[in-house]
Design a protein. Structure first.
Length: 140
């Protein structure tokens, strides 16, 4: 009888592992996407503020430079490097391991213009504002 409990537990573990493998492939509900979007916005906004405190300024202007500033090591002058280098001054960051994808548009692109083409995110380097740029969730 003791073996039956073990088999049930092992069977449940296999089913759970299978569900964890299949779950990412299932379509997400709108409420799940909204939670993911809010989490991504909160994370990036917090890291923008931390960057500002380290560099006494918001991250650089262009979308690619903005993403590099948050995902690579940086110096006070905003130069970035994929490698930490204390002698070279690259001691800040990285602030994000990877740039988040907008769960509604599927894009990681960052625009500094809040109009078309609609992309994943909008960033205003003058104010540090960061929000979606998908046309439907821009108010979050």
């Amino acid at each position: 009888m003791a073996g039956r409990g073990w088999r049930r537990a092992a069977g449940a573990a296999v089913v759970f592992a299978g569900l964890m493998w299949v779950a990412p492939a299932l379509p997400k509900s709108a409420s799940a996407k909204a939670r993911e979007l809010r989490a991504a916005l909160s994370l990036v906004r917090g890291q923008i503020e931390l960057y500002r405190r380290h560099h006494d300024a918001f991250p650089p202007h262009s979308g690619d430079a903005f993403k590099a500033a948050l995902t690579q090591y940086s110096r006070r002058d905003h130069a970035t490097s994929e490698q930490e280098d204390e002698a070279g001054g690259f001691v800040f960051g990285p602030y994000l391991l990877a740039f988040p994808r907008n769960p509604f548009s599927g894009s990681v692109e960052v625009s500094t213009a809040p109009s078309s083409p609609r992309q994943g995110w909008y960033y205003d380097p003058r104010t540090g504002e960061f929000r979606t740029n998908d046309g439907e969730h821009d108010e979050l």
